[in-house]
Design a protein around this ligand. Structure first.
Ligand SMILES: C[S@@+](CC[C@H](N)C(=O)[O-])C[C@H]1O[C@@H](n2cnc3c(N)ncnc32)[C@H](O)[C@@H]1O
Length: 213
């Protein structure tokens, strides 16, 4: 994992401290620092040998951190509507997939059928500039990530999803609580100053209730 960064570039500056730092460290995106911070805050949330799904993974900053976190005996599956430059690590698989497409679940199962120890989403919609619309689109993506975690996540596993604050955010957090024993809201240091984004972290996925007979 990466060294701790305490000097933050909070106001929006496209080539800010984290941008420069990512470049120096050979990272594909400054967002790598966000997942790095989340993994450090919750030790054991992604362990060596784990199977991790990264939704909205392009260009691959999160994937670089996750690949190191799980190591060669783990699996990392990264999907995005944009293509992701391939990884040299054999345990990292990437694919172009739209999580909102009707055939997403089947295509994901064909890539790796799970179960996943962690489902992580950094998905963000194309922003319209209309606050309510962007919040609703963000929640739709996060809601899909939660659905995947609830169906393909291993009991005891981890969930992380980026969400724009506002709108039905609280209802979403409550929904995450139904599936995970502990829920935390994290705003990593590398988050840009004006951004409304936070990460909802679900720890220790509850075992699904047995089907009624
Ligand atoms: C902030 S970027 C992710 C950055 C990435 N975590 C990294 O570290 O490189 C958000 C991503 O969400 C993806 N995305 C948005 N809608 C999506 C969808 N319906 N299905 C899959 N990916 C989607 C975008 O294409 C974009 O690459």
């Amino acid at each position: 994992m990466l060294g701790t960064a305490s000097d933050m570039g909070k106001p929006y500056r496209p080539k800010d401290h984290y941008f420069q730092k990512a470049k120096q460290e050979g990272l594909r995106a400054r967002s790598a620092f966000k997942v790095d911070e989340i993994l450090k805050r919750f030790p054991g949330s992604v362990k060596k040998g784990a199977a991790v799904l990264d939704l909205g993974a392009a260009p691959g900053g999160f994937l670089q951190i996750l690949a190191d976190a799980v190591g060669m005996h783990g699996r990392v599956i990264g999907v995005d509507i944009s293509a992701i430059r391939p990884f040299s690590q054999k345990w990292v698989t990437t694919a172009v997939l739209d999580v909102l497409a009707d055939d997403f679940d089947a295509k994901l199962a064909a890539l790796y059928d799970g179960p996943y120890d962690a489902v992580i989403s950094d998905m963000a919609p194309k922003t319209s500039g209309i606050k309510g619309t962007d919040e609703a689109r963000s929640l739709r993506l996060a809601g899909k990530a939660l659905e995947v975690a609830a169906t393909r996540g291993r009991p005891g596993g981890t969930f992380v999803a980026k969400v724009f604050m506002g709108g039905d955010f609280e209802a979403f957090r409550d929904e995450v609580r139904q599936h995970f024993e502990e829920v935390k809201i994290v705003r990593p240091e590398a988050t840009r100053g004006a951004s409304m984004e936070v990460y909802v972290v679900g720890l220790r996925r509850r075992a699904p209730a047995p089907a009624a007979s």
